[in-house]
Design a protein around this ligand. Structure first.
Ligand code: GLU
Length: 412
């Protein structure tokens, strides 16, 4: 039986609940989203026709602080996907211990089919439709798949037209417009700190470690670039159009140049073409799914040759694949830790907006490192205490923190 996205996420939570023996009424509380909003977004297209889209904002939990989480523009966006991603944000913010809850939003749209002006109108109408639910101390969106600093700038501007200057309403803004230095690279950089810590625990180094990276968007490309700079060997990368492989390691700065010039990593000279499926089963040490969700399934998990799976994407591993990987001693470094660098620096951006003060990039990066190292230490401690997999321990840690906040606040 195939589980939907929310059931997949809940499966991992359920494992944490079982370890912690969470009573049923608390389980319900922790699983159920606090608020779900579905909106119609009608805009005028460039040719004068009507564009009619559906958008969502789901607020999962705010016991530890304001709701926080990205906005995704993708044809697969639906209630189920956003619900599962909103829940993941609750656990992610808890793992890195930033004072936020969890939320997610998105629009069901293929943004590559829209002009820049249409995208701007879509974003501004979306803000109008969800404006009453969000705010710098209530719910703070951010970039996610197919949204970037430019989209966040429109978001900030539209919200500020209604409520006055409010840069803290959204994070991931351009650096010129109250964004934080280091935010763009933060998720990839956080992934790098995560794998560095995991390897170090086994007495291993990043240098010479072999990686296969699925996805060359914000997360994958920054991760590949920073890892390459530190001597990691990136054997394969891919984007929506396909992948490239070189057993000696790819020259990532040149791959980036090629991708900038041609719009894709495909046809990079000195590499052979491989598919987005093959990239998952490359003979390497660390597999980094950094694109879509649910790419590791019961059908391909047996063929994964990596020792570690570093989840740059949200929800790349299905429940069945996770069990198969665990039984084969493949260690999954779960999304709610691995890719938490993005929301961590979002927290720093929000803090800077509140302070009306700019941190130097060095400070942002070194604070990010502190948060990732700290979270790893807590996860490792939890793994030892409960003698369980890294994914289970990470969920246990997150559940403990959210549960404690929920209890302290009380239900009355
Ligand atoms: N969309 C990113 C994530 O999934 C970042 C969220 C944020 O910065 O609020 O973690």
């Amino acid at each position: 039986m195939t589980l939907n996205a929310t059931e997949q996420t809940n499966h991992f939570l359920q494992q944490g609940f079982d370890i912690l023996k969470i009573p049923p009424r608390h389980k319900t509380l922790l699983l159920t989203p606090a608020r779900e909003l579905r909106v119609e977004i009608a805009i005028e297209m460039d040719d004068g026709s009507l564009g009619n889209y559906i958008g969502y904002r789901i607020q999962h939990d705010n016991s530890r602080g304001p709701y926080k989480g990205g906005l995704r523009y993708h044809p697969d966006v639906d209630l189920d996907e956003v619900r599962s991603l909103a829940s993941l944000m609750t656990w992610k913010t808890a793992v890195v211990n930033v004072p936020f809850g969890g939320a997610k939003g998105g629009i069901q749209v293929d943004p590559s089919k829209l002009s820049r002006r249409e995208l701007e109108r879509l974003t501004r109408r979306f803000v109008d439709q969800i404006a009453e639910l969000i705010g710098p101390d209530t719910d703070i969106p951010a970039p996610d798949m197919n949204t970037n600093a430019a989209v966040m700038a429109w978001f900030f501007d539209q919200y500020s037209r209604r409520y006055g200057f409010a840069p803290g309403v959204v994070t991931g803004k351009p650096v010129e417009l109250h964004g934080s230095l280091g935010r763009d690279a933060a998720t990839g950089r956080g992934c790098l700190f995560a794998i560095r810590e995991v390897l170090a625990r086994e007495g291993k180094k990043l240098e010479g470690t072999r990686f296969s990276v699925q996805g060359f968007g914000n997360v994958g490309s920054w991760f590949a670039r920073l890892t390459h700079e530190l001597g990691g060997r990136i054997l394969a990368v891919s984007d929506v159009k396909g992948g490239i492989f070189n057993g000696d390691g790819l020259d990532i700065p040149r791959v980036m140049e090629h991708a900038r010039a041609t719009g894709s990593v495909v046809d990079f000279p000195g590499a052979r073409a491989i598919s987005n499926d093959e990239i998952l089963t490359v003979d390497c040490d660390v597999l980094v799914p950094a694109a879509l969700g649910h790419v590791l399934t019961k059908d391909n998990a047996r063929d994964v040759k990596a020792r570690w799976v570093l989840e740059g994407a949200n929800g790349p591993t299905t429940a069945e694949a996770d069990e198969l990987l665990e039984s084969r001693n493949v260690v999954c470094i779960p999304d709610i830790y691995a890719n938490a660098g993005g929301v961590t620096v979002s927290y720093f951006e929000w803090t800077q907006n509140t302070q009306k003060y700019r941190w130097p990039e060095q400070q942002v990066n070194s604070k990010l490192e502190d948060y990732m190292v700290d979270a790893h230490r807590s996860i490792a401690r939890t793994m030892e205490e409960h003698r369980c997999s890294m994914r289970k321990a990470t969920f246990v840690l997150a559940i403990q923190r959210v549960q404690a906040a929920t209890e302290m606040r009380g239900l009355g």
